[in-house]
Design a protein around this ligand. Structure first.
Ligand SMILES: [Zn+2]
Ligand SMILES: [Zn+2]
Ligand SMILES: [Zn+2]
Length: 365
């Protein structure tokens, strides 16, 4: 390639900054928005919603401003209200923590609709809005489905998952993500004390021969991770080669930092040469000092996060624990190209804290 990123040196087909450096600058700018900036940005989003039709808003600059507001933890009831008046339902995050009046309107529309498309869209918005009323409505639709339900792939309790929660057969609320979020930020040198990404396990995959890795180690004794309720080391391990081409890999961990990889379906060909593995291990990510807003990692692929909401590449996906069968909680995401040049997709890591089981899987476009 003819050019190099003028900041980090990554080879480029054009002159200027690579996407990662551009994303970094943008994030710094958003993180520095003042209270006044934020008020102005909200006004821009609301003004655009007021003149947009249905799906139009989704592809506007103001939609990006809205995402940025969410990454700052700004949840604006007025935005949800205006969106609802205009019947704008994408992205569903517009309705995160919406006010009561807006939730009532969404419920009214959902119960009245005869269309599966509108039904599915409204289910997603109510999932994001959350709260008891939204839950009761989704539960009601699960127990007494509308005729359009048979044209949807999944039931309303799966729609609820988009909002980071679900309910069981007795309408008991189940939380599926954590109410705290930390990002992983590059620092000067790799530090394998505490919480870090990628370490060689010193053993090879029995399917493909690739080096096995502890792909994420979290120090639960660190007070930043007290919210996990696990007073010890959590180690998530996999074959970095098989994981990208399989259904997922689970492991059982003990709080002393050990983990045992459970049987998984692997592939024969190893595409992860030693050089790639070494590059992955050399990453210099450490946990952010301060906690981040819950949607900090939810809209872009530039930052790895623990807790909060994921940036699903495809649909949201909460696996069942291979031990107890219950839904697992979303724990972390690692975007492969943050630790491996030009790699595609994201690794999602989920946990059953009771059984001390980790399941991880890969999504890409
Ligand atoms: Zn760059
Ligand atoms: Zn393998
Ligand atoms: Zn379990």
């Amino acid at each position: 390639m003819r050019y190099k990123c003028i900041e980090c040196g990554t080879p480029l087909g054009f002159e200027g900054l690579c996407w990662a450096c551009r994303a970094k600058h943008h994030r710094e700018e958003v993180n520095n928005w003042t209270t006044q900036d934020i008020e102005e940005k909200k006004k821009l989003v609301i003004a655009k919603l007021k003149v947009s039709q249905e799906d139009e808003f989704y592809s506007t600059d103001e939609r990006e401003i809205f995402d940025d507001l969410m990454t700052r933890g700004i949840y604006c009831k007025e935005i949800a209200k205006v969106a609802c008046e205009r019947e704008i339902y994408y992205p569903s995050e517009l309705y995160y923590k919406a006010g009561e009046e807006t939730i009532n309107k969404l419920i009214e529309k959902l119960m009245a609709t005869e269309s599966k498309d509108e039904g599915s869209t409204l289910l997603r918005c109510l999932a994001m809005a959350g709260g008891k009323k939204a839950q009761d409505t989704l539960y009601e639709l699960k127990i007494n489905p509308k005729p359009w339900r048979k044209n949807l792939y999944v039931d309303s309790d799966i729609y609820a998952e988009e909002g980071g929660w679900t309910f069981d057969s007795k309408n008991q609320y189940i939380k599926l993500n954590y109410d705290k979020c930390f990002s992983l930020e590059p620092c000067k040198e790799k530090n394998e004390n505490g919480t870090f990404i990628a370490r060689k396990r010193g053993e090879k995959c029995s399917h493909c021969g690739c080096e096995l890795m502890d792909i994420l180690v979290i120090n639960g004794k660190d007070e930043r991770f007290a919210f996990l309720g696990l007073d010890g080391i959590i180690t998530a391990s996999c074959c970095p080669n098989c994981i990208t081409l399989s259904e997922g890999i689970s492991n059982r961990f003990t709080l002393d930092g050990e983990s045992m990889i459970l049987e998984y379906e692997g592939i024969e060909e190893n595409y992860c040469e030693d050089e790639i593995i070494n590059r992955m291990v050399e990453n210099r990510f450490i946990v952010s000092e301060k906690k981040r807003p819950l949607f900090y990692g939810a809209f872009n692929e530039d930052v790895n996060t623990i807790g909060g909401f994921a940036s699903w590449v495809q649909d949201w996906e909460y696996r069942n624990c291979p031990e107890c069968g219950k839904k697992m909680k979303y724990l972390a995401q690692i975007h492969w190209d943050t630790i491996q040049d030009c790699a595609e997709g994201t690794l999602f890591i989920e946990i059953c804290p009771e059984c001390k089981i980790i399941t991880m899987f890969h999504q890409q476009t």
